[in-house]
Ligand binder design. Structure first.
Ligand SMILES: Nc1nc2c(ncn2[C@@H]2O[C@H](COP(=O)(O)OP(=O)(O)OP(=O)(O)O)[C@@H](O)[C@H]2O)c(=O)[nH]1
Ligand SMILES: [Mg+2]
Ligand SMILES: [Zn+2]
Length: 312
């Protein structure tokens, strides 16, 4: 049988990185190369409220003689970009474990952007203390420059916004600079060009992208599994399948206001300590909204999340 690898120091993350999952199997990048692993049964039994093993996890591996391996344990996640498991409010589905940043990718058109969904992506990242960048792709489809104005509000809220086009190459160098030295997760709806961006950044990757005719169609998901690819030294990108609905996991309504960075200067300034910023008098957030310091669409997004029953 194989031998456990104990080459790393105490306190240091194990060097083996889960880069892709296929049901029972995982691809794990190790100092000896990439190997296919199964998971020891106790790992699953001990972790019921989350994905026992997620892409991005650092794991201890036993190397078997046939070239495959067994994941023996998973290092505690430093952070995770997570959504709610479908239909199960108390179960976490990890989009990526231990990312340094989220690149939230949307297109100016084909498909039309849904700002409320972008707000949700940014929210789950804020809650997990993960930095975000907004990547607005397909600007070649926005000759007048009008469509991209919809994303001004994110810049105003303090997020870096990168406008780019896989088609023309615009903005790709800026995106590269943001990626350097980090583990980034590309996430967003299907068809916005996440995989195309990766191919543009590193043409040798040759990742499958959607057909042109699918670009406007709903429901075609070209990327089917989250995959981490090493891009250059210390730089990794996770390509993820398009997300149609983003169930918020672990977001407590009382803390919602903290996850809108443009609200933060006003929190604690309201008359009521537990102000919900919906209809209270002397609310600093509402005052900032009226003064034009907070974008109204972003505020409406907050309101509809804070009072879900009102919109039902
Ligand atoms: N016009 C234009 N089309 C683009 C651009 N980037 C990507 N596309 C097209 O958009 C379609 C979808 O691209 P993908 O890269 O497969 O999109 P994705 O976000 O990875 O989609 P999923 O894997 O389903 O989540 C393809 O037909 C691409 O050629 C762009 O900058 N401009
Ligand atoms: Mg894709
Ligand atoms: Zn308030």
């Amino acid at each position: 049988m194989g031998q456990p690898v104990t080459s790393h120091q105490e306190n240091e993350l194990p060097p083996n990185l889960v880069v892709r999952g296929y049901g029972k199997y995982y691809d794990v990048l190790t100092p000896r190369g990439q190997i296919l692993c199964t998971v020891r049964g106790n790992v699953k039994r001990e972790r019921r409220k989350t994905d026992p093993v997620a892409v991005g996890d650092r794991v201890e591996v036993t190397f078997l003689e046939d070239g495959e391996g067994i994941i023996e344990s998973v290092a505690p996640r430093v952070k995770a970009l997570s959504r709610q498991a479908r239909g199960r409010t108390d179960v976490e589905h990890v989009i990526l474990a231990n990312p340094d940043q989220l690149i939230a990718v949307f297109a100016v058109a084909e498909p039309d952007p849904h700002p409320r969904m972008l707000d949700r992506f940014l929210l789950i990242a804020e809650r997990a203390a993960i930095d975000s960048i907004v990547c607005v792709n397909k600007i070649d489809l926005d000759e007048s420059g009008k469509r991209r104005r919809m994303f001004d509000r994110y810049q105003e809220a303090g997020y870096p916004v990168v406008y780019c086009s896989v088609e023309s190459g615009a903005g790709i160098d800026t995106l590269r600079e943001h990626l350097d030295g980090k583990i980034s997760v590309l996430a967003g709806p299907s068809g916005v060009g996440k995989s195309s961006l990766l191919n543009r950044i590193d043409p040798s990757l040759n990742i499958r992208v959607g057909e042109i005719s699918d670009a406007t169609g709903k429901g075609r998901h070209t990327t089917t599994a989250t995959t981490i690819v090493p891009i250059w030294a210390d730089t990794y990108i996770a390509d993820t399948p398009g997300i149609r609905q983003l169930g918020l996991y672990g977001v407590e309504l009382e803390h919602l206001d903290e996850y809108f960075p443009e609200f933060r200067p006003y929190l604690g300034e309201c008359f009521y300590k537990d102000c919900t910023h919906i209809n209270e008098p002397e609310c600093a957030v509402l005052e900032a909204l009226e003064a034009g310091k907070i974008n109204r669409e972003r505020y409406e997004s907050y309101r509809s999340l804070r009072q879900p029953e009102q919109d039902a």
